[in-house]
Design a protein around this ligand. Structure first.
Ligand code: HEC
Length: 171
């Protein structure tokens, strides 16, 4: 009888320990990364933004009425739809359906971008932590309307969408 009691107690303790382990593991995935690691991801996003902005500026500098289709293809290849780490997003008759906001972050960021506001967030996507960032874009060059025929002939100060980046945060 005593042995049985002891055994029941043992099983009870074991169940508690296993339960505790599982909740700790599950919570481990939810614990936000340390601020130092977030800062590093933010710095990476600064570098990435500068690189992309320079590339886009180069493309706009070279855009003429004669090479619009080639320029559009070039930008589309750079912003390959399979790359979710950098996206051009907009709802002002977007050139590609894939460029519409695709998740809650993009919906919110796009709404803010249309009011000229940037947006950042640290969040999990598919169990991975990311520093996400949206930089609003205005119709600030005459070339915009060559490719985006729905934009007013520029340059104008109209906000038209955003460049959205995400950088994985190392734990
Ligand atoms: C050479 C052509 C070209 C020029 C010039 C150009 N864009 Fe685009 N833009 C594109 C293409 C192509 C896409 C779609 C990229 C893709 O495949 O995801 C795009 C996408 C976008 C998007 C996402 C929504 C959409 O329409 O698909 C925004 C916002 C945007 N561009 C803003 C601008 C602004 C602002 C300018 C001027 C400063 C500009 N673009 C100049 C070709 C151009």
């Amino acid at each position: 009888m005593r042995l049985r009691k002891l055994l029941n107690y043992g099983i009870f303790v074991l169940v508690l320990v296993i339960g505790f382990c599982f909740t700790t593991i599950a919570r481990g995935y939810d614990i936000p990364p340390p601020t130092g690691q977030i800062a590093i991801a933010q710095q990476t996003s600064d570098l990435m933004f500068n690189t992309l902005f320079a590339a886009l500026t180069q493309e706009f500098d070279e855009t003429t009425a004669d090479n619009v289709e080639q320029g559009k293809q070039s930008i589309s290849l750079i912003f390959n739809d399979q790359n979710k780490d950098m996206r051009l997003v907009g709802t002002v008759s977007p050139l590609r359906q894939n460029d519409r906001p695709r998740d809650n972050f993009e919906v919110q960021a796009n709404a803010l971008a249309l009011a000229g506001q940037a947006y950042t967030s640290v969040q999990q996507v598919d169990n991975k932590w990311y520093y996400r960032r949206s930089i609003p874009l205005s119709n600030f060059r005459a070339e915009c309307a060559l490719c985006h025929v729905n934009f007013p002939v520029g340059p104008t100060s109209d906000w038209v969408g955003a460049l959205m980046l995400r950088v994985p945060i190392k734990k």
